[in-house]
Design a binder for this molecule. Structure first.
Ligand code: ADP
Ligand code: ADP
Length: 227
């Protein structure tokens, strides 16, 4: 479980991005942070993997303050997926997906077979293995981003608007794939979106954030009050 305990973030220019946020994020389910642009979703996600430090409050992972863990170990336990996939342009698809295993010291062969296995898992044809990111569609690139985040089998996935840049039909395919992956692998997923329909479709729990970074609602999708 990830516990966000009265966390605030004020940036040095005085902007309050997150205001006394308290959330319990259950294991092995999808928790969606939803709200308009600027309500603190990305800031919250980045505090969970310590790319940003809170101004107040604390975050616990399995009962332990995340500041007590080595930051590299923390980040290795959390796959991270961003909107435009953020793939390495000069590396092939298998190399992109195998990045973290290679960093962990796996040899080329083992990283490669892991990457191929993950391509299948996210619905990518193996014929794409030796291509470069620019040779893939936006939706395929996002699948590679998801595969790369899963490569070291982290218990947690942090996903920041991963499907927002693709057209609605491709987005639906990606959402369905994520639900399948979640059903198979049981990751703890924190998913950021500004799209309430996506939040309702994907979330086991939905946290509705408002301007100024405060939590308006936290409930399963079928118990959300209309805004
Ligand atoms: P969201 O992901 O919901 O769009 P963000 O977490 O990116 O929201 O931003 C929350 C608020 O913090 C916004 O008002 C944004 O402009 C502000 N903000 C984000 N990053 C910085 C920064 N580095 N410095 C100052 N303000 C920032
Ligand atoms: P951006 O501002 O473009 O989102 P970031 O600084 O967040 O860039 O990330 C740079 C690159 O590092 C991205 O490719 C991102 O996917 C990757 N990255 C960021 N945080 C993590 C993390 N905790 N674990 C693994 N990769 C990460």
């Amino acid at each position: 479980m990830i516990e966000i305990d009265a966390v605030s973030k004020r940036y040095p220019d005085g902007t309050t991005a997150v205001d006394r946020l308290t959330l319990e994020i259950p294991d092995r389910s999808i928790t969606v942070l939803v709200g308009p642009s600027g309500c603190g979703k990305t800031t919250t996600l980045r505090m969970i993997n310590r790319m940003i430090e809170p101004t107040d409050g604390r975050i616990l992972l399995d009962g332990q303050d995340i500041r007590e863990r080595p930051v590299n170990a923390l980040r290795r336990s959390m796959g991270y997926v961003i909107q435009h996939a953020g793939l390495f342009p000069h590396r092939t698809i298998v190399e992109n997906i195998g990045t973290v295993p290679r960093l962990l010291g796996w040899d080329r062969q083992r990283s490669r077979s892991r990457a191929l296995e993950l391509m299948e898992r996210v619905g990518l044809d193996q014929s794409l293995a030796k291509r470069y990111p620019y040779q893939l569609s936006g939706g395929q690139q996002q699948r590679v981003g998801v595969a790369r985040a899963l490569a070291a089998d982290p218990p947690v996935l942090l996903m920041d608007e991963p499907f927002s840049a693709v057209d609605p039909i491709v987005r639906k395919g990606l959402q369905d794939e994520l639900l399948r992956i979640q059903a198979d692998l049981g990751k703890t997923i924190v998913f950021v979106t500004h799209d309430i329909d996506e939040a309702i479709k994907l979330g086991d729990m939905v946290a509705v954030l408002r301007e100024g970074g405060y939590l308006a609602q936290y409930a399963p999708p079928n118990q959300l009050l209309s805004a």
